[in-house]
Design a protein around this ligand. Structure first.
Ligand SMILES: [Zn+2]
Length: 80
């Protein structure tokens, strides 16, 4: 059995702001819409079918409804 990781919400500044396990904030390195591999996509229904986000710092892949870490991309490809 593996422990599931979850990111948390910023308890201080903005209760809707995400805080990754690595310490990344939306206003720091940010979070990006991504596919299941952790590669950034445009947030359109076609490209963003997975509905996931990737942390711009550590590459953890996040399910936005449960805040669960569902994977990790070692080198996420971000759009230019
Ligand atoms: Zn992170």
């Amino acid at each position: 059995m593996t422990m599931k990781e979850h990111i948390t919400l910023d308890p201080v500044e903005d209760r809707d702001a995400w805080m990754c396990i690595c310490g990344n904030y939306p206003s720091s390195d940010g979070f990006y819409p991504c596919d299941k591999n952790g590669d950034e996509v445009n947030p359109t229904p076609e490209e963003w079918a997975a509905g996931l986000y990737v942390c711009g710092r550590c590459g953890r892949i996040i399910n936005p409804s449960s805040l669960e870490v569902v994977g990790r991309a070692t080198q996420p490809k971000l759009l230019a």
